[in-house]
Design a protein around this ligand. Structure first.
Ligand SMILES: *[C@@H]1O[C@H](CO)[C@@H](O)[C@H](O)[C@H]1NC(C)=O
Ligand SMILES: *[C@@H]1O[C@H](CO)[C@@H](O)[C@H](O)[C@H]1NC(C)=O
Ligand SMILES: *[C@@H]1O[C@H](CO)[C@@H](O)[C@H](O)[C@H]1NC(C)=O
Ligand SMILES: *[C@@H]1O[C@H](CO)[C@@H](O)[C@H](O)[C@H]1NC(C)=O
Ligand SMILES: *[C@@H]1O[C@H](CO)[C@@H](O)[C@H](O)[C@H]1NC(C)=O
Ligand SMILES: *[C@@H]1O[C@H](CO)[C@@H](O)[C@H](O)[C@H]1NC(C)=O
Ligand SMILES: *[C@@H]1O[C@H](CO)[C@@H](O)[C@H](O)[C@H]1NC(C)=O
Ligand SMILES: *[C@@H]1O[C@H](CO)[C@@H](O)[C@H](O)[C@H]1NC(C)=O
Ligand SMILES: *[C@@H]1O[C@H](CO)[C@@H](O)[C@H](O)[C@H]1NC(C)=O
Ligand SMILES: *[C@@H]1O[C@H](CO)[C@@H](O)[C@H](O)[C@H]1NC(C)=O
Ligand SMILES: *[C@@H]1O[C@H](CO)[C@@H](O)[C@H](O)[C@H]1NC(C)=O
Ligand SMILES: *[C@@H]1O[C@H](CO)[C@@H](O)[C@H](O)[C@H]1NC(C)=O
Length: 468
């Protein structure tokens, strides 16, 4: 019966053929497909077995990659002439290159796309993204191996959830292959890593924060790449990373996306946050040009594993990422098993917190490192800043950079506090929410998403802030 219905469907579509001439093979049967002949190979990778801090000899090469430097900063300038020339009135203003095709666009004239880097900017940006993909590949595997089934189950991460984490690791193989192919033979290789987490809840939070700076780090440079074709392929990978970030928030019982826009950050910010977790890389590993900023410690970083996240003090696994530690949370304060269901935070598609993680007007206590600390692969990079005295906290979230003054600044202890500003990106969309970034700066420079990196010469220290 079903076969007949389908057969009539085929007849209708093939109405140019006389009915009696329909060949036998038009009769719907099963799907025919040939065995797959070509499977593009993936980049060589291994399951890294050693983890922990770098213990080898001091690196012979230290500091970021550099060549001759033309100026100490990039000058801010007015918009490019002609930026306002195009009349945005909904009418067509130029001849159409082809039917149904408007005039303009970049890379639209039919030239064959070439999927490779086209400048130092492209190379360094994609190499940074590759370092990020490599750590994710190892990190997801490490967590699955490091914690027992019982420990995962106690945190509500069941077998299907663990399969999803394994699948997310596999996705990284594709991303690493893609970036390696666009970079060529000197592309950075897989390294060894050092993770500060000691339980499943900390692992989930670390992943949630790490994928956020991975995602935001790419959004920051994507529209600046010389190679549009490379940007296209990276875009189609980073949208997967964005989904991973959301899923790890769901595993941690957080609202999946408490913002209307995802923030973008400069490459040096992504590298600053990533490098401390890389222990060592293969000899002659390609180095990066990006800056490592000193660590900012958010002393009362909101802790999403707590019923009252905001009550946390000194509960992170370290500076920079400021990921959560559960060490000092009593079982009655853990939200996972909270009996009052308005307070619980077990894994879910979505969770509402009746006690918000953070809120406008919150007093935030800060401490920061001096520059000069060795970080990154083989301890071969050095933190640096040109700022002598930080004066502002820059809250970088959604489309906004909002400054709040630092108060009670102690240059002896490197401590200060500030208050979380009350700002909205749009009506009904509070700007400061979700997993975002906090930098200390010496000035309140006006920057927007496309030129955020102009802030770098003013950054004294950097952190991830857990606003919601
Ligand atoms: C790494 O380990 C996972 C299981 O943990 C396995 O599925 C995968 O094949 C391994 N990869 C390599 C390159 O050995
Ligand atoms: C923009 O318009 C001005 C005035 O019409 C013209 O002089 C200029 O050449 C235009 N610039 C561009 C980039 O089209
Ligand atoms: C097509 O556009 C590219 C820039 O995207 C340009 O370099 C190239 O010259 C153009 N080709 C032709 C035939 O106009
Ligand atoms: C988990 O990782 C930590 C840190 O790398 C390590 O000390 C510990 O031995 C690992 N445990 C297991 C069961 O692999
Ligand atoms: C939650 O409660 C269950 C049952 O008592 C227990 O097995 C599990 O360890 C608890 N999980 C956490 C994270 O406290
Ligand atoms: C942040 O988002 C969460 C989830 O939507 C919401 O409950 C909370 O009120 C938001 N925080 C602020 C400060 O708007
Ligand atoms: C590293 O680079 C140096 C100088 O280019 C070269 O002599 C050496 O053979 C390289 N080592 C490896 C393991 O590739
Ligand atoms: C959460 O903790 C903060 C800081 O200790 C405190 O000010 C606030 O009142 C607490 N909120 C609730 C609902 O207990
Ligand atoms: C935070 O806790 C660590 C030990 O866990 C301690 O060494 C450090 O002094 C504490 N910092 C503050 C500001 O309380
Ligand atoms: C841990 O919590 C206790 C009690 O709330 C507090 O006295 C202590 O200072 C906390 N320790 C750290 C390192 O924050
Ligand atoms: C559950 O917690 C909410 C928010 O703190 C509170 O308003 C409510 O009274 C609590 N319910 C019970 C049954 O304790
Ligand atoms: C936040 O960003 C939006 C969009 O660019 C802008 O309209 C708004 O003025 C910004 N708000 C602040 C406080 O900077």
């Amino acid at each position: 019966m079903i076969g007949n219905i389908l057969l009539y469907g085929v007849l209708a579509l093939s109405n140019l053929l006389p009915v009696q001439a329909i060949p036998r093979e038009y009769t719907p049967t099963t799907t025919f497909s040939a065995a797959e002949t070509v499977t593009p190979t993936v980049v060589p990778q291994r399951n890294v077995t050693s983890h922990g801090p770098y213990t080898g000899p001091p690196a012979t090469t230290a500091g970021a990659l550099s060549t001759s430097v033309i100026a100490s900063v990039i000058q801010a300038r007015p918009p490019v002439p002609g930026s306002f020339n195009y009349t945005a009135d909904g009418k067509l203003h130029g001849p159409q290159p082809a039917p149904f095709t408007p005039n303009g666009g970049i890379g639209t004239n039919g030239s064959a796309p070439v999927y490779r880097v086209q400048s130092d900017f492209d190379y360094q940006s994609l190499a940074l993204a590759l370092y990020q993909e490599w750590i994710e590949l190892d990190l997801f595997h490490w967590g699955l191996k490091n914690f027992t089934t019982k420990q995962f189950e106690a945190n509500g991460i069941n077998a299907k959830d663990r399969f999803l984490i394994e699948y997310m690791a596999d996705q990284e193989i594709g991303h690493a292959t893609l970036l390696t192919n666009m970079l060529g033979p000197q592309a950075p290789k897989q390294c060894t890593y050092n993770y500060p987490m000691s339980n499943v809840r900390e692992f989930i939070d670390f992943n949630q924060k790490l994928t956020r700076w991975g995602e935001a780090g790419v959004y920051g440079f994507l529209p600046h790449l010389n190679s549009g074709p490379a940007a296209q392929l990276l875009l189609q990978s980073i949208t997967i990373e964005a989904r991973q970030q959301l899923i790890f928030r769901q595993f941690g019982g957080q609202f999946p996306m408490p913002e209307w826009h995802t923030v973008g950050i400069p490459q040096s910010w992504a590298w600053t946050l990533l490098a401390p977790y890389i222990s060592s890389c293969p000899i002659n590993q390609t180095r990066l040009v990006w800056q490592n900023f000193p660590a900012l410690y958010i002393l009362n970083q909101p802790n999403p594993a707590r019923i009252n996240a905001s009550a946390a003090f000194n509960e992170t696994t370290g500076g920079w990422a400021n990921t959560l530690s559960t060490k000092n949370i009593s079982s009655s304060q853990l939200c996972f098993n909270a009996t009052n269901k308005t307070l619980d935070c077990s894994p879910a598609i979505t969770q509402n917190r009746s006690i918000p993680l953070s809120y406008p007007g919150r007093q935030v206590f800060l401490h920061w490192d001096n520059p000069g600390r060795l970080v990154g692969p083989n301890n071969s990079y050095v933190t640096s800043t040109t700022v002598r005295r930080p004066r502002f906290a820059a809250w970088v979230s959604q489309l906004n950079v909002t400054y709040s003054p630092l108060l009670n600044v102690s240059r002896r202890d490197n401590t200060a506090f500030t208050f979380q500003p009350n700002v909205s990106t749009w009506d009904h969309d509070p700007a400061i929410n979700g997993t975002m970034f906090l930098a200390l700066t010496d000035t309140n420079l006006h920057v927007t998403p496309y030129n955020l990196s102009l802030i770098n010469p003013h950054v004294a220290a950097l952190a991830v802030y857990q606003a919601g």
